[in-house]
Ligand binder design. Structure first.
Ligand code: MN
Length: 235
């Protein structure tokens, strides 16, 4: 059987002059039996419709902050640089993917984007807006665990990892403030921030706030997340 081709949304740099794929995403998908392909940065609807049909699944990777315009809020002082074209691309593509019930796996910004696109809101600058919380931007090596998360009873994540609590890395500046109605919480951090979500009405729309691609080599749970996603892309 052919391996599933998985479209990876592009990463963008500060001024939008370049886009790229972080190698850890490509390597984690390849090691899990998929073929990663970086999508071009485009908001052309006809192109996005064709790409939606072309790939078996889609990875929404980490990246820059999401424009608060996506969830109809004014930009706060602490919001970081955004890429309007990527936000637009993801909004248009996500609509196609949900229509086709294609597997979607979001990581970090990918989780935040799903939430914003589906009617939720975000903390634009987590440290200043939620100062009592733990640090969600670790300084230790990228594959080292930073904080724990509690897996939600009855969530696919709990069924997959067969645990109540796991340790994860953390590199996020924004986070879910109010949850989008179509999403359910799959994991909460020790300071009760949303760290994983899933969409019960779809076959496989799931996201994590941590970075399993950076702990893929050292953490069995990270490998299981990718294996589960690639398996969903094979159906
Ligand atoms: Mn975190």
């Amino acid at each position: 059987m052919d391996k599933p081709v998985i479209g990876v949304l592009p990463g963008t740099n500060g001024d939008g002059s370049g886009f790229f794929m972080v190698p850890a995403y490509a390597r984690s998908i390849e090691a899990s039996g998929g073929i990663p392909v970086m999508l071009p940065l485009t908001a052309d609807e006809a192109v996005l419709r064709q790409l939606a049909a072309l790939c078996a699944g889609f990875l929404l990777p980490g990246g820059q902050d999401i424009s608060p315009m996506v969830y109809d809020e004014p930009v706060s002082e602490g919001c970081g640089p955004c890429c309007a074209e990527l936000d637009r691309m993801e909004l248009l593509l996500l609509r196609e993917l949900l229509d086709r019930d294609k597997p979607v796996f979001g990581i970090c910004r990918g989780l935040q984007f799903l939430n914003a696109a589906l009617g939720g809101t975000l903390y634009q600058d987590l440290p200043s807006e939620r100062p009592a919380g733990i640090s969600h931007r670790q300084t230790q090596s990228a594959d080292a665990p930073c904080h724990s998360v509690m897996l939600a009873e009855g969530s696919p994540l709990q069924a997959l990892l067969r645990a109540d609590t796991i340790s994860v890395n953390s590199f996020h500046h924004q986070a879910v403030k109010t949850l989008a109605p179509p999403l359910s919480v799959a994991a909460l951090s020790e300071d009760r921030l949303v760290e994983a979500v899933w969409m019960p009405s779809k076959r496989f729309v799931r996201a994590v706030q941590w970075h399993p691609e950076l702990s893929f080599m050292t953490d069995e749970n990270s490998r299981r997340l990718f294996a589960d996603f690639v398996a969903a892309c094979c159906i």
